[in-house]
Write a protein that binds this ligand. Structure first.
Ligand SMILES: Nc1ncnc2c1ncn2[C@@H]1O[C@H](COP(=O)(O)OP(=O)(O)OP(=O)(O)O)[C@@H](O)[C@H]1O
Length: 232
């Protein structure tokens, strides 16, 4: 579903070159939940941004569902993000003036969907994240964990095959964080979505099927997530 070949991202600031991601090669199959873990600045966000087309690589190739992304125009990327990718950020980015269900409906409205079928889909994903009972609440009336669950519902309402989550538990306490990563695991296990998670947290990464550790923009080691708790 996703393949990276020797992907690098170098940022230039004046005469300085800053390595974002350094010669990363990997393959992620459909339905896999893969976490990227490592210290601040190791390249986790850069890697996810490259995969989601929010940034473009300096060199190397990214192949998404058999298509090299270098060939995508910015209009292609907009359509692909609207149809095939769901993105979850650390700060939930919900629209404050809209209710939970209006926030979740938003991507469908952008696609021109209306009516009963759309409303049923919104209800279905709010059920999936356990937030139907709060559907009329605005973000300011929800806890951080609840807001993130609504943000996940919004990220998957259009049925994307790939979900990219950048530090989704960063603003949450450990109990709320656990509920959020469990939900990401459900998206992979039940719906066969591919999920990429960037996190500092070994606890969060432990919910993935496997974890890539990163340092200085490089993938270091692929670890089975059940070994994380043993400190291996
Ligand atoms: N737009 C940019 N311009 C210049 N350098 C950047 C830019 N974005 C990221 N970097 C640099 O690239 C490197 C990787 O950053 P990145 O944000 O991917 O790390 P991260 O692992 O996600 O960190 P954190 O856990 O703190 O979010 C860092 O050295 C960072 O300073």
């Amino acid at each position: 579903m996703l393949r990276l070949e020797q992907v690098s991202k170098i940022y230039h600031r004046g005469s300085a070159s800053i390595i974002g991601v350094d010669r990363v090669s990997l393959e992620v199959a459909a339905g896999e939940f893969c976490a990227f873990m490592g210290p601040s600045g190791c390249g986790k966000s850069t890697l996810l941004n490259l995969v989601a087309g929010l940034d473009s690589p300096t060199s190397g190739e990214i192949v998404l569902n058999g298509r090299p992304t270098a060939r995508f125009s910015s209009d292609d990327w907009t359509r692909i993000r609207r149809e095939e990718i769901g993105i979850v950020f650390q700060s939930f980015h919900l629209v404050p003036g809209l209710s939970a269900e209006e926030n979740v409906a938003f991507p469908l409205l952008l696609r021109g969907e209306r009516g009963g079928t759309m409303l049923r889909r919104v209800e279905e994903v709010l059920d999936l994240v356990g937030m139907n009972h709060r559907r009329r609440h605005r973000p300011g009336e929800l806890s951080g964990g609840e807001q993130q669950r609504v943000a996940i519902a919004r990220a998957v309402v259009h049925g994307p095959k790939l979900v990219v989550a950048d530090e989704p538990t960063g603003n949450l306490d450990s109990q709320q964080g656990a509920a959020v990563v469990d939900l990401l695991r459900t998206l992979a296990d039940q719906d066969r979505r591919t999920v990429l998670l960037a996190t500092h947290s070994g606890e969060a990464a432990g919910s993935a099927h496997y974890v890539w550790t990163m340092r200085d923009g490089r993938l270091i080691e692929r670890v089975a997530s059940n070994l994380l708790s043993l400190g291996l």
